[in-house]
Design a protein around this ligand. Structure first.
Ligand SMILES: [Zn+2]
Length: 198
C-alpha cells in the first residue's frame, strides 16, 4: 500500500484524458524514481502554467499571456482567420504549421441535443472581429461531424454579405473525424485544399 499522498497523486493523474488508474500508477512510479529531474521539472511546469494561465480575450486560445502568443505575433497574417471548435483544434492545426493566420475558438459546436445554441458559443465575438475589418478570409475548420458541419453552415450564413471570403476545410477529412485526432499530413491536406463554402 502506498501512502495517502501517493494515492492522491495517482488518483489525480488517473483523471487525465487517456490515462486510467493503471497508466497513472506507472507514471507515478516513473516520476518517483526521478524525483530530482522529471518530478521537479513537472512540478515547476505545472506551477508556471497554473500561475500564468489565461484565456485570450481576442481568440479564446489558452496561453500564459494576454493576448495569446499567436494573436501577439506580428509575423501572423491578420487578414486570415481560422475558426475552430475547441482550443485542442487550434493546437492541432497550429502544429501542422501550414496556417499562418490567426484563430477564433468557438468554445464548442451547435447541438440541439445538448441544448447548445449560437449564444453559447463565441459567434457574436467572431462576427464582431469580422465586422471590425482587416480580415479577407475566414476558414471554417469545424470537425467533420454533423454538429461541426451544422455550426459551419450557420456561421457561413451569418457571414453572408460580409466582404470576406468564407472557406472550409476540404472533405478529405474522414466523416466523424475530429481535428485533434488527425495526423498532421491529413490535416495539412484538408487545409491546403480548402474550398469556398457553397
Ligand atoms: Zn489569441
Amino acid at each position: 500500500m502506498a501512502s495517502q499522498e501517493i494515492e492522491t497523486l495517482t488518483a489525480q493523474l488517473a483523471r487525465l484524458p487517456g490515462l486510467g488508474p493503471r497508466s497513472a500508477r506507472r507514471a507515478v512510479l516513473w516520476l518517483l524514481k526521478r524525483r530530482d529531474t522529471a518530478l521537479s521539472a513537472l512540478v515547476e511546469a505545472l506551477d508556471a502554467v497554473r500561475e500564468g494561465l489565461v484565456e485570450c480575450e481576442t481568440c479564446g486560445n489558452v496561453d500564459t499571456s494576454q493576448p495569446c502568443g499567436i494573436c501577439a505575433d506580428p509575423r501572423r497574417d491578420a487578414r486570415s482567420l481560422c475558426v475552430v471548435e475547441e482550443v485542442a483544434d487550434l493546437w492541432a492545426l497550429d502544429r501542422s504549421r501550414l496556417f499562418a493566420g490567426r484563430y477564433h475558438v468557438l468554445g464548442g459546436r451547435l447541438s440541439a441535443l445538448d441544448g447548445v445554441g449560437p449564444e453559447d458559443l463565441s459567434i457574436a465575438a467572431l462576427l464582431g472581429r469580422v465586422a471590425a475589418g482587416g480580415i479577407d478570409e475566414v476558414v471554417l475548420a469545424m470537425n467533420a461531424t454533423l454538429e461541426g458541419q451544422t455550426t459551419a453552415h450557420y456561421i457561413a450564413e451569418r457571414l453572408e454579405g460580409s466582404p470576406v471570403r468564407v472557406t472550409q476545410l476540404a472533405h478529405g477529412l474522414p466523416v466523424g473525424g475530429e481535428l485533434d485526432y488527425l495526423d498532421e499530413g491529413t490535416l495539412a491536406q484538408a487545409l491546403r485544399a480548402r474550398r469556398p463554402v457553397s
